[in-house]
Design a protein around this ligand. Structure first.
Ligand code: HEC
Ligand code: HEC
Length: 290
């Protein structure tokens, strides 16, 4: 009897301390991760992330219900805010940035984790999408680095004006987002940029237009004067986001589609729109746009 009990307790001890990972793994970019780190990452995940992102990493944790922006489903292996062209795999550092700063206006808050903890939990979440991450042959996206700002503070108003033209007449951002100019101004911008006068506006010119995503839900492109921008606070952040796009959504990567100077200009313009949030100027602008 006594022997049986001790065998039983030995068995219990072994099963309780059973580790999920016994083998090391190699992830995209040749990143070698020990089993010990993955087990540590799992513990951090359970403590801090699972409530939203779920036991299986599918974004269906107990706290996900009713969230306007659903927690990411990690089994898809698609990410919105890497500093790489959308659709490519982000670098670890991009995940650390995201964990350190959070995503504005969503339930994804900034976390106070050490770099070691971030490293462990980031490696762990990759294990939810093994087909995307595992293997020596898998590659990370090419990192997008900000070029030298061709405008700078001294030429800020010129940048904003040019950005307004790029937004409404070169890139046509208002085809998903909304427009911020009157018919008169839209027509004069188009005359200048495309040598074409406009005498009528589309019905949804001043509305944001819902878009499909690869995450299984529709999303709304932000109105920059109203919604919070998730991954960008400064002109330089915007430059990177516009160059990279937003993975798994309709928001394209603008790098190589418009010129580098145009990306900088439109970044200044979007920043100027973000600054209108909660101001009387916004009210005045909106009352002119009917
Ligand atoms: C309170 C809920 C909540 C918790 C807790 C939470 N997240 Fe999130 N997380 C979200 C939401 C919501 C999003 C989706 C944001 C979006 O789509 O814009 C998200 C998105 C992400 C993304 C995707 C980023 C991208 O580029 O697509 C990663 C990675 C992530 N979370 C990691 C974590 C980690 C690691 C933890 C734990 C340290 C954690 N999250 C804890 C709600 C949460
Ligand atoms: C084909 C549709 C489409 C076009 C065209 C488009 N966007 Fe977007 N954009 C989106 C969608 C959808 C989102 C929301 C992505 C999300 O967070 O889920 C978005 C998000 C953004 C964001 C927010 C990123 C963040 O961190 O929250 C910025 C800034 C942005 N777009 C700027 C622009 C600019 C500037 C242009 C034109 C140069 C443009 N977009 C053109 C669909 C579009």
């Amino acid at each position: 009897m006594r022997v049986h009990l001790s065998i039983l307790s030995l068995f219990l001890f072994v099963s309780c301390s059973k580790k999920t990972f016994v083998e090391d793994k190699v992830f995209a970019g040749g990143i070698h991760v020990s089993a010990g780190k993955l087990n540590a990452g799992e513990q951090i995940y359970k403590e801090y992330c699972m409530a939203c992102h779920g036991v299986k990493g599918d974004g269906k944790g107990p706290a996900h219900k009713g969230m306007k922006v659903p927690p990411r489903d990690f089994t898809l292996g698609i990410y919105k805010f890497g500093q790489v062209p959308s659709g490519d795999l982000p670098h670890d550092r991009h995940f650390y940035d995201l964990l350190t700063h959070g995503l504005n206006g969503t339930a994804m808050l900034p976390w106070d984790l050490t770099e070691g903890q971030m490293d462990a939990v980031v490696q762990y979440i990759k294990t939810f999408a093994p087909k995307v991450w595992e293997g020596k042959d898998k590659e990370l996206g090419e990192e997008i680095i900000a070029t030298k700002d061709p405008f700078g503070e001294a030429h800020k108003s010129a940048a904003i004006q040019k950005g307004k033209e790029v937004y409404h007449a070169v890139a046509n951002c208002q085809s998903c987002h909304r427009a911020y100019v009157s018919l008169e101004e839209y027509s004069s911008i188009n005359k200048k940029v495309n040598n074409e006068a406009i005498d009528e506006l589309d019905e949804d010119f001043y509305q944001t237009k819902q878009q499909e995503t690869e995450y299984g839900y529709m999303n709304v492109p932000p109105d920059f004067t109203w919604h919070r921008i998730r991954s960008a606070k400064t002109v330089e952040h915007l430059y990177i986001r516009l160059s990279a796009g937003v993975g798994g959504t309709a928001m394209p990567a603008w790098k190589d589609t418009i010129t580098d100077e145009e990306i900088w200009a439109v970044s200044y313009y979007v920043k100027s729109l973000m600054e209108l949030r909660d101001t009387p100027e916004r009210k005045r602008l909106m009352s002119r746009l009917k």
